[in-house]
Ligand binder design. Structure first.
Ligand SMILES: C[S@@+](CC[C@H](N)C(=O)[O-])C[C@H]1O[C@@H](n2cnc3c(N)ncnc32)[C@H](O)[C@@H]1O
Length: 339
């Protein structure tokens, strides 16, 4: 847990009031504060005029943004930090706008949690998965995973592998990071066509794009063609039910070459009661809000499903602290060499 257990009104109040700073930040994003400030120095009256907001409101907003380290305050003048001037600034090449947009929208989505708990159904249940939504989401995944993919791939040894399937690979951020690291590897990104269109745009300037191919299928309904030395299943396990994942594991087993490896990256729960880490428990709430049957799972139960599907040598992959996407978030399983 990132905080003390709630056992008093003080700890309860402190935890409940934690929404305040995120709300300040969401408002700053909605008002384009960081993009408008760019690399300049701004007084509150000048910035209020540029943003068309009240001086009083902006004064209090900026003070709080400076308090949490998103702005620098010197006397009456504010400026962006190196982080907010780049990652949060729409005019900068390091801008991660698609992911910021996704996080911003979640404020409204999480406000409807009571309804989702009542119904057990996702908020947008009646809306089909449109290509426009899939495109925005895929860019968001790229903006989310870009830095962490470089770190995670550095911790995995694929020297013996010639072929890799990035199953539910979305923008292909991981596939491309693997290709950049292993010059003999060929990778296939499997996803929906709208997601693969984004992957192709991203790969267009990538040196290794000739070693990349695309598989536009629904892997839950269709057979997985081909044979791969590695299947990389990252941030997809949580979208599906235990039964769906178990059925998929059996099909992935057949799509692996003998001795080939399935590596799952996800927000795994680690303790006996499947409550921790906090991030993995809270991620299940996102799955309630946004998926029909998704959830987060313990390492232990996922390992059981893998063994039942015929995998051996099922083990967590230990990474250096701070290099992972999720705390203890990697599980490896091998298709036996002899069968
Ligand atoms: C949360 S994203 C993860 C993207 C990437 N693997 C990563 O770790 O950043 C899940 C991806 O799985 C894809 N996906 C989920 N179910 C799928 C299915 N049945 N067939 C094809 N793609 C699917 C989604 O379209 C999406 O791109």
């Amino acid at each position: 847990m990132t905080h003390s257990p709630i056992a008093s009104l003080e700890t309860f109040r402190a935890l409940l009031a934690a929404y305040r700073l995120p709300r300040v930040i969401v408002t700053a994003l909605e008002l384009n504060v960081f993009t408008t400030m760019g690399s300049g120095a701004w007084s509150v009256p000048k910035l209020a005029q540029a943003l068309d907001v009240s001086r009083r409101g902006l004064d209090i907003l900026c003070r709080n943004l400076a308090m949490c380290g998103l702005l620098i305050k010197r006397g009456k003048v504010y400026r962006n930090t190196p982080f907010s001037a780049t990652v949060l600034n729409a005019t900068h090449s390091k801008y991660r706008g698609a992911y910021l947009e996704l996080m911003q929208r979640q404020w409204e989505d999480w406000s409807q949690l009571t309804q989702a708990v009542r119904s057990g159904c996702p908020l947008d249940r009646d809306k089909p998965d449109s290509p426009a939504y899939r495109r925005q989401f895929t860019w968001a995944m790229h903006h989310r995973s870009l830095d962490v993919a470089a770190r995670v791939t550095a911790g995995l040894d694929f020297r013996q592998a010639s072929t890799l399937l990035d199953l539910g690979g979305g923008p292909g951020t991981y596939a491309m990071a693997f290709l950049a690291r292993y010059s003999k590897l060929k990778a296939t990104i499997c996803d929906r066509a709208a997601a693969l269109d984004v992957a192709k745009e991203i790969a267009a300037t990538h040196k290794a794009r000739k070693r990349l191919s695309y598989l536009p299928i629904n892997f839950m309904d269709e057979a997985i063609p081909g044979q791969y030395d590695v299947v990389w299943y990252s941030n997809v396990l949580h979208i599906y039910s235990p039964e769906e994942n178990q059925a998929l594991f059996r099909r992935v087993h057949s799509a692996l070459s003998r001795g080939g490896r399935l590596i799952i990256q996800d927000a795994f729960l680690h303790d006996q009661e499947a409550l921790h880490p906090e991030e993995a428990s809270l991620f299940a709430v996102s799955m309630l809000l946004f998926t029909e049957r998704g959830n987060t799972y313990s390492l232990r139960e996922t390992a059981q499903w893998l063994r039942a599907a015929g995998f051996v040598k099922v083990r967590p992959v230990r990474m250096k602290k701070g290099t992972e996407d999720w705390d203890g978030g990697l599980l490896e399983a091998v298709r036996p060499a002899g069968r």
